[in-house]
Design a protein around this ligand. Structure first.
Ligand SMILES: Cc1ncc(COP(=O)(O)O)c(C=O)c1O
Length: 395
């Protein structure tokens, strides 16, 4: 029987991301050394866990204000002040659930069917999937490799030329996943000027903002230069700097005038984030939390050094040492089918790596790349790299 389906075609066409196509083959298998997800192997620190346990003991098991509990939103305001020097009104801060939900909320606010979102790539695949879910077209503008200068480069002219009258938003993750590339303050200023003039929203993904290696407290932030009515949606997360990926808690900073809409959307998307988890997040924003961030950053720096030392001994692997975040995006000479390669590695070599293929729209431009997360125990990381080296040798 030929059944009529109420499911939107765009939803029918969605497929698991290229990362899931690899993890599906070995997630939970203790023999596989996992470098595929964007998370450290450290468990959330005890003082954060304890705060959530205490909240449970205190009976904090009810609905909260869907935009987040007041003390948490106040602590987020203080965090922005001390890290990027921005004075953000409380009305601009909403805690909808994980940062991924913050991305979806911002996209829902700006886009409808037929619109497009210009996205700087390579990029975490959930971003272009979420763009499709809201009915918009993801348009990727790829960073360019500058092997002479040893860095990724964003061509602002290409970025601006990709926008047309149906462009509602620009998505920029800085520091980026998977590249670790960072926007400069001057580039941010030019992008803000362009988007202001064209009525385009900036979705500024700053979830790795404090995980940077130049000694500064934070990467350049759109929040430092935007005014309270600029269409800047800054996305932030507790997941990465405080090792809280499983807690599903992050926040969105939005224009002041959409406060009411942000509340309505928090209600209909998730009816707020988990009550007791918000107390864990509140503890993360304490001085103890700052000390943990420093410790994690140090571990990431060690991981980065391990990868750098390993690369020096390889003749087919190159990278641009990342300025921020905790990924190595490795270029492997001769690699053409990164997805098949990563799938084989799970089975044969017992190492979990994400395929470059996943970070563009399957156009093959990132197919010579592999992404690894180096926020790991240095000895285990070195062991995983040994396995990767063995697999590359067989290529
Ligand atoms: C660039 C980027 N944005 C957002 C997220 C989502 O973070 P969360 O775990 O809070 O949903 C991730 C997670 O990997 C990410 O890499």
């Amino acid at each position: 029987m030929n059944r009529k389906s109420p499911i939107r075609p765009v939803i029918r066409e969605l497929e698991p991301s290229g990362i899931s196509k690899v993890t599906a083959l070995g997630l939970g298998n203790p023999d596989v050394l996992p470098l595929w997800f964007g998370e450290t192997d450290l468990v959330t620190p005890p003082f954060i866990r304890q705060a959530a346990i205490q909240a449970l003991e205190d009976g904090r098991t009810f609905y909260t204000n869907a935009r987040g509990i007041q003390p948490l939103r106040e602590a987020i305001r203080d965090f922005h002040k001390r890290t990027v020097g921005a004075d953000i009104a409380l009305e601009r801060i909403t805690v909808p659930g994980g940062a991924m939900l913050a991305v979806v909320t911002a996209l829902q606010m700006c886009c409808e069917g037929g619109d497009n979102v210009v996205i700087v790539s390579p990029i975490w695949p959930n971003i272009f999937q979420a763009t499709r879910v809201v009915g918009a077209e993801p348009r990727l503008v790829r960073l360019e490799e500058d092997w002479n200068a040893g860095r990724w480069r964003l061509d602002l002219n290409r970025l601006f030329d990709a926008c047309d009258t149906r462009t509602k938003a620009m998505f920029l993750a800085s520091p980026g996943n998977p590249t670790g590339w960072m926007l400069t303050a001057d580039e941010q200023k030019q992008i803000l000027d362009f988007c202001r003039a064209r009525g385009i929203a900036i979705l500024a993904d700053e979830v790795y903002g404090t995980l940077i290696y130049d000694g500064a407290a934070h990467a350049p932030s759109f929040l430092s230069i935007a005014d309270e009515e600029d269409a800047v949606f800054a996305i932030n997360s507790f997941s990465k700097p405080w090792a809280m990926t499983g807690w599903r808690i992050g926040w969105l900073t939005h224009p002041k005038s959409v406060e009411g809409a942000a509340a309505a959307m928090a209600q209909c998307n998730n009816t707020g984030s988990t009550h007791f988890a918000q107390y864990g997040a509140l503890a993360a924003l304490s001085p103890e939390g700052d000390a943990f961030r420093a410790l994690l950053l140090d571990r990431c720096r060690q991981g980065r050094d391990v990868v750098q030392a390993w690369i020096k001994q390889q003749n087919r692997v190159r990278w641009f040492q990342p300025d921020g975040a905790f990924y190595g995006f490795l270029h492997v000479d001769g690699l053409k089918d990164s997805l098949g390669f990563c799938q084989r590695m799970v089975k044969d070599d017992k190492v979990g790596v994400s395929p470059g293929w996943a970070f563009s729209l399957g156009d093959g431009r990132d197919d010579s790349y592999l992404r690894i997360c180096f926020a790991q125990d240095p000895a285990r990381l070195a062991q995983a790299l040994e396995r990767l080296e063995g697999a590359i040798r067989k290529l």
